[in-house]
Design a binder for this molecule. Structure first.
Ligand SMILES: [Mg+2]
Length: 66
Protein backbone atom coordinates (compact mmCIF):
# COMPACT_ATOMS: atom_id res chain seq x y z
CA UNK A 1 0.00 0.00 0.00
CA UNK A 2 2.82 2.41 0.80
CA UNK A 3 4.43 1.88 -2.60
CA UNK A 4 1.03 2.15 -4.30
CA UNK A 5 0.22 5.47 -2.59
CA UNK A 6 3.74 6.76 -3.33
CA UNK A 7 3.26 5.94 -7.01
CA UNK A 8 -0.15 7.63 -7.05
CA UNK A 9 1.35 10.81 -5.56
CA UNK A 10 4.17 10.83 -8.12
CA UNK A 11 1.70 10.22 -10.93
CA UNK A 12 -0.57 13.06 -9.72
CA UNK A 13 2.41 15.47 -9.61
CA UNK A 14 3.51 14.45 -13.11
CA UNK A 15 -0.05 14.84 -14.45
CA UNK A 16 -0.38 18.23 -12.77
CA UNK A 17 2.94 19.36 -14.29
CA UNK A 18 1.55 18.39 -17.72
CA UNK A 19 -1.76 20.17 -17.10
CA UNK A 20 -3.71 16.89 -17.04
CA UNK A 21 -5.14 17.29 -13.52
CA UNK A 22 -5.79 20.01 -10.97
CA UNK A 23 -3.94 20.73 -7.75
CA UNK A 24 -6.77 19.23 -5.68
CA UNK A 25 -5.88 15.80 -7.04
CA UNK A 26 -2.23 16.32 -6.06
CA UNK A 27 -3.24 17.37 -2.55
CA UNK A 28 -5.57 14.36 -2.22
CA UNK A 29 -2.78 11.98 -3.18
CA UNK A 30 -0.31 13.72 -0.85
CA UNK A 31 -2.85 13.28 1.98
CA UNK A 32 -3.11 9.56 1.15
CA UNK A 33 0.69 9.31 1.17
CA UNK A 34 0.94 11.16 4.50
CA UNK A 35 -1.47 8.65 6.05
CA UNK A 36 0.67 5.80 4.71
CA UNK A 37 3.84 7.41 6.12
CA UNK A 38 2.18 7.51 9.56
CA UNK A 39 1.19 3.86 9.20
CA UNK A 40 4.74 2.91 8.20
CA UNK A 41 6.09 4.77 11.25
CA UNK A 42 3.72 2.72 13.42
CA UNK A 43 4.77 -0.47 11.61
CA UNK A 44 8.47 0.09 12.29
CA UNK A 45 7.54 1.01 15.87
CA UNK A 46 10.31 3.46 16.73
CA UNK A 47 8.62 6.83 16.56
CA UNK A 48 11.10 8.46 18.96
CA UNK A 49 14.02 7.51 16.68
CA UNK A 50 12.06 8.81 13.68
CA UNK A 51 11.49 12.16 15.41
CA UNK A 52 15.20 12.43 16.31
CA UNK A 53 16.35 11.81 12.74
CA UNK A 54 13.58 13.96 11.25
CA UNK A 55 14.54 16.86 13.56
CA UNK A 56 18.25 16.50 12.68
CA UNK A 57 17.43 16.57 8.97
CA UNK A 58 15.17 19.64 9.34
CA UNK A 59 17.88 21.46 11.30
CA UNK A 60 20.49 20.59 8.66
CA UNK A 61 18.12 21.84 5.93
CA UNK A 62 17.50 25.09 7.83
CA UNK A 63 21.27 25.53 8.19
CA UNK A 64 21.70 25.10 4.43
CA UNK A 65 18.96 27.67 3.70
CA UNK A 66 20.45 30.36 5.97
MG1 LIG B 1 -4.10 7.56 -3.37
Amino acid sequence: MFIEESAEAVEAILHHNRGKTDVNHVIEELADLQIMIHQMRDFYDDDQRFIEIYTQKLQRLEGMLE
